[in-house]
Design a protein around this ligand. Structure first.
Ligand code: SF4
Length: 178
């Protein structure tokens, strides 16, 4: 690394330690004070932030998706207080979460998604959509995803049990005390 590069690294690192610094402020520093073009400044700031994120946070391999706060039961000891049918996860959020998992898993190839609620089986159509979306992403990346579910088990019927999340491995845990 050259002296000039070392100097630039020092300057960026010093800037990052300042309160309120962020990606945009790094770009401004590079463009206004170091003579970078806007395009190069953005590219370098992006690379710096990505590197910092990788160093600070290990890869993510598991994700818990709280599909709904609603449940078909009303156990009085339940931690999901005030069951809320009006706040289910939507498809866009679920897919964005899956994208996040794949992206942040980096080189890790074995991933896991847990469906949680409320009672996740109330959102079975969303579960099916997530499974199909994951299937496309595993085909494209070579990663493997296993599914788990925390469920009270009362909404399984033969058809849903046999569907097995579009052929994906799925282990379901149910308990009257979940
Ligand atoms: S079945 Fe589970 S999620 Fe539903 S009310 Fe009972 S403890 Fe809560």
């Amino acid at each position: 690394m050259t002296t000039k590069q070392n100097n630039l690294t020092d300057i960026i690192q010093a800037h990052i330690r300042e309160v309120g610094s962020n990606r945009d402020s790094i770009v401004r520093l590079l463009v206004e004070e170091r003579g970078f073009t806007l395009e190069d400044g953005r590219a370098l700031a992006e690379a710096v932030c990505r590197k910092m994120t990788e160093e600070r946070f290990p890869p993510i391999t598991e994700m818990e998706l709280m599909l709904t706060e609603e449940c078909n039961h009303r156990c009085d000891y339940c931690f999901v207080e005030g069951k809320n049918p009006s706040n289910p996860m939507n498809r866009e959020t679920a897919r964005a979460a899956v994208d996040f998992l794949f992206q942040r898993s980096r080189e890790k190839a074995e991933l896991k998604i847990l469906f949680f609620g409320g009672e996740p089986m109330l959102a079975f159509d969303l579960i099916r959509d997530i499974a199909l979306y994951v299937e496309k992403k595993t085909a494209a990346t070579g990663k493997k995803v296993s599914f788990d579910m925390t469920t009270n088990g009362t909404l399984f019927d033969e058809e849903r049990s046999e569907e097995r999340l579009a052929g994906k491995e799925c282990r379901s845990w149910w308990s009257p005390y979940h």
